[in-house]
Design a protein around this ligand. Structure first.
Ligand SMILES: Cc1cc2nc3c(=O)[nH]c(=O)nc-3n(C[C@H](O)[C@H](O)[C@H](O)COP(=O)(O)O)c2cc1C
Length: 373
């Protein structure tokens, strides 16, 4: 096992710390429309390469087949209707895009513009896609894609478009695999910040937001955590850690119910009442809506679990430091060797998403670091 560790360390040290989040490191949706299969092939290659989720936009089924002048005329007339505000039916709708950080849109070009079904999907979902990072990949026979890019920007005016659009024309169809793989390496997505936590007391779960400071970062490293917290003064529960955290304490204007604070360097405090204090604390975070917290915690000691929300993790960020680096390989191997069972994020460590954390995840993690996946 030690040999494997050394081998992996050597391999990964060839790759500098990867701060930029690639499509493989964020949760990517590969959204595509296809009429005759070319864009589907492209989307499949992209999804395979980055481990993204594939989603097909399905049209109304009325486009004339096989592809002919009749198809072009039908699509052209429909586009005139769209431009007049009459949107066609499509069969695909999505409730929300919460599970994804980035959307790669793969669409054919129709009559010089974005294919009507993809245009319609973006129109129908623009609000829900608001703020998502977007990348665009277009297939055409020979036409240039400028107007498709314009369509995408018009449909998604509030989105950040990442990288240059990928264009696969007829002459490059045989190179789809390599072009898709190379293109993905040029996309530089912003990694999501993992700042959401769940606080579980008995059968009640409260959503909490972590503070943006070193103490909260260090606190993340001890999660998930289940502890018995001691009652104090009818307004707080506390727990002493064996080791110290960084602290930057100050006297808060007021303690609010739901505040999660560090007292001194090693005492975690969960407040369930709002009151004025003269003591100094370092903020770790706060429960978003503390309604019912006092009842859930009761008047005695309480067992409380703190855990990060798995969806907020960057795949491969095993140690929860918001980047994927050699440190994550080391943390994962330590975990597999049984050296540091409590300090990894299991959701982030399940890199190959087979619902288990095994040696196969080390291999998948190294692929990410080497840009292979
Ligand atoms: C309705 C329609 C209109 C098209 N218009 C154009 C065009 O203006 N210029 C072009 O180069 N290709 C055009 N094409 C060809 C497609 O863009 C191209 O074959 C694309 O790769 C097909 O992707 P798909 O197989 O995923 O549907 C058109 C295809 C269709 C069905």
């Amino acid at each position: 096992m030690k040999k494997i560790f050394l081998l992996f360390t050597l391999l990964v040290s060839m790759c500098a710390t990867c701060k930029a989040a690639t499509a493989a490191e964020v949760r990517t949706l590969v959204l595509y429309y296809t009429y005759s299969g070319v864009t589907e092939t492209l989307a499949q290659n992209i999804a395979d390469e980055c481990g993204g989720t594939l989603l097909q936009v399905v049209d109304h089924g009325n486009y004339p087949r096989p592809e002919s002048q009749q198809t072009y005329n039908y699509a052209n007339n429909e586009r005139s209707q769209i431009d007049a505000g009459n949107w066609p039916e499509i069969q695909t709708s999505v409730d929300n895009f919460d599970n994804w950080d980035a959307i790669i849109i793969c669409t054919p070009l129709w009559n010089g513009k974005m294919a009507n079904p993809m245009l319609t999907f973006l129109h129908n979902h623009a609000d829900k896609l608001d703020q998502k990072q977007v990348a665009l990949a277009v297939t055409s026979w020979s036409s240039g894609i400028t107007n498709v890019v314009t369509d995408a920007h018009n449909m998604l005016p509030n989105n950040t478009f990442v990288g240059n659009p990928l264009h696969i024309d007829y002459n490059h169809r045989s190179q789809i695999h390599d072009m898709a793989a190379n293109w993905l390496t040029t996309l530089d997505f912003e990694a999501p910040v993992a700042n959401k936590m769940r606080v579980i007391v008995g059968d009640k779960t409260f959503s909490a937001t972590l503070a943006d400071n070193n103490t909260a970062e260090e606190f993340k490293e001890v999660l998930p955590l289940t502890i018995t917290m001691t009652e104090l003064n009818g307004n707080e529960k506390y727990y002493f850690f064996n080791s110290n955290f960084s602290a930057n304490a100050s006297v808060p204007d007021s303690i609010r119910a739901g505040d999660i604070m560090l007292y001194q360097r090693n005492c975690l405090v969960l407040f369930y009442k709002t009151f004025k204090t003269s003591y100094s604390y370092t903020r770790i975070g706060a429960i978003d809506d503390p309604t019912g917290l006092a009842d859930a915690l009761g008047t005695e000691s309480a067992i409380v679990t703190f855990e990060l929300v798995p969806g907020d993790f960057i795949k491969g960020d095993v140690n929860g430091d918001n980047e994927v680096s050699i440190g994550d390989v080391s943390a994962l191997i330590d975990y597999l060797l049984g050296l540091e069972a409590s300090s990894i994020n299991a959701a982030a460590a399940d890199v190959n998403t087979d619902k288990e954390v095994t040696i196969a995840d080390v291999s998948a993690l190294i692929d990410i670091l080497l840009g292979i996946n």
